[in-house]
Ligand binder design. Structure first.
Ligand SMILES: Nc1ncnc2c1ncn2[C@@H]1O[C@H](COP(=O)(O)OP(=O)(O)OP(=O)(O)O)[C@@H](O)[C@H]1O
Ligand SMILES: [Mg+2]
Length: 216
């Protein structure tokens, strides 16, 4: 489905509330507005228009739109409402960030969250940026947002170690959040499954050693 907004709606909608100002490199301004009569969130990279970074901003918009399009109808991701230039219109999720959700709903939310991330992986997608601000909780339903770093992998590449590592890292982030927010530690089986493989530990320590030297 082509979700590029029709020409009459390509102008940036008027912001009703700024949710987050993009401050770091290639971070969008995120604001609340109305699109076609529904509350919507706009991720706007407009400040990069006519700059050398504009193609990268466009790529981020396209990538996130492509993943959201792929997840259309899934209750753990918001619907894509459209793209216009360097901005993305997304269904507003009326939830609270995971870090602020009531602790008594914690277990139920995390059970669903683990299932949602497993389903995402089964569809060949890794999120790659799972932290409490990127999971909104509506009632007891977790909704994943911010697919800017997500990666879709064709079926024939899914068993490669780097891709398995991305899946492991997504799930490890879920278990870390669970432990931090509910106090529930992972079971020994989960902990073993989620331990960093040796090759990842070696690459990390190599990188850290050299990065420290570079900084010095
Ligand atoms: N669909 C949505 N519904 C409700 N709130 C949202 C939605 N999308 C984003 N937000 C709010 O805006 C904040 C920033 O959005 P998001 O996480 O997508 O951008 P970001 O982290 O700045 O972007 P990026 O990682 O792509 O640079 C979220 O933490 C959340 O509070
Ligand atoms: Mg985010």
């Amino acid at each position: 489905m082509d979700t590029t907004l029709p020409s009459g709606e390509r102008e940036h909608p008027r912001p009703t509330r700024l949710l987050k100002r993009g401050e770091r490199l290639l971070e969008p301004d995120v604001y609340l507005t109305h699109l076609r009569g529904r509350p919507a969130v706009i991720k706007d990279y407009g400040r990069y228009r006519r700059t050398p970074l504009s193609p990268f901003a466009r790529l981020l918009v396209r990538r996130e739109a492509r993943v959201l399009r792929r997840l259309r109808g899934w209750r753990h991701a918001p619907a894509l409402l459209g793209t216009f230039g360097l901005a993305l219109g997304i269904e507003f999720v009326p939830g609270v960030p995971l870090g602020e959700a009531a602790l008594e709903t914690g277990s139920a939310v995390f059970q669903q969250l683990r299932g949602a991330v497993a389903a995402l992986h089964a569809a060949g997608i890794t999120h790659n940026d799972l932290h409490p601000a990127n999971v909104l909780v509506c009632g007891t339903t977790p909704v994943l947002i911010d697919f800017a770093s997500a990666l879709r992998t064709p079926r024939w590449l899914r068993r490669l170690p780097p891709v398995r590592e991305l899946r492991r890292s997504d799930m490890a982030n879920v278990l870390k959040m669970q432990q931090r927010l509910t106090g529930e530690p992972p079971s020994p089986r989960e902990a073993a499954l989620l331990a960093r493989p040796r090759w990842v530990r070696s690459v990390r320590s190599f990188w850290q050693r050299h990065y420290r030297r570079l900084k010095a």
